[in-house]
Ligand binder design. Structure first.
Ligand SMILES: [Zn+2]
Length: 149
């Protein structure tokens, strides 16, 4: 592995121990060129499948989750900073299950997260996810939001 400081290829492992409750290995490496130390984590590359509504499946793609969040949060400056945290959260959730999640569950996770950070973004995402047909669908959803507060 290359040194992140000076980019030389010559680094060596000086310490190696289990991390994250045995699900990862944490290594300390030292660069023989510049002497800097850095940490790497080794994790198993779990493949998570996403079951879609039409019953086909495809590999889980965190970038899709990110794009969904980003388009819902477009122009919502205050809340846009939470995208990384929400993606990491959903990622973690997807990887700790049985290896299969449904696109519906992912959608619900995104909705739950958006409801916490930004109501406008929540309604934007809900309109796509729940297939709003008209103004009355929005009104119903806004009324539901208000009841919760
Ligand atoms: Zn170096």
């Amino acid at each position: 592995m290359r040194c992140p400081y000076c980019d030389t290829e010559d680094t060596r492992v000086v310490d190696s121990r289990p991390a994250e409750d045995g699900r990862a290995i944490r290594r300390r490496r030292e660069c023989s060129e510049c002497g800097q130390r850095f940490t790497t984590f080794e994790r198993s590359a779990v493949v998570v499948s996403v079951l879609k509504r039409d019953e086909t499946s495809q590999p889980y793609d965190r970038e899709k989750v990110r794009r969904g969040l980003e388009s819902a949060l477009a122009d919502r400056h205050g809340a846009a900073a939470s995208v990384d945290a929400i993606v990491a959260d959903i990622d973690q959730w997807a990887r700790t299950g049985s290896g299969v999640v449904s696109s519906e569950e992912i959608g619900r996770k995104i909705l739950d997260a958006l409801r916490q950070v930004d109501e406008v973004a929540y309604l934007r995402f809900a309109s796509v996810y729940k297939g709003f047909q008209g103004a009355s669908d929005f009104e119903r959803e806004v009324a539901a939001l208000e009841r919760e507060q």
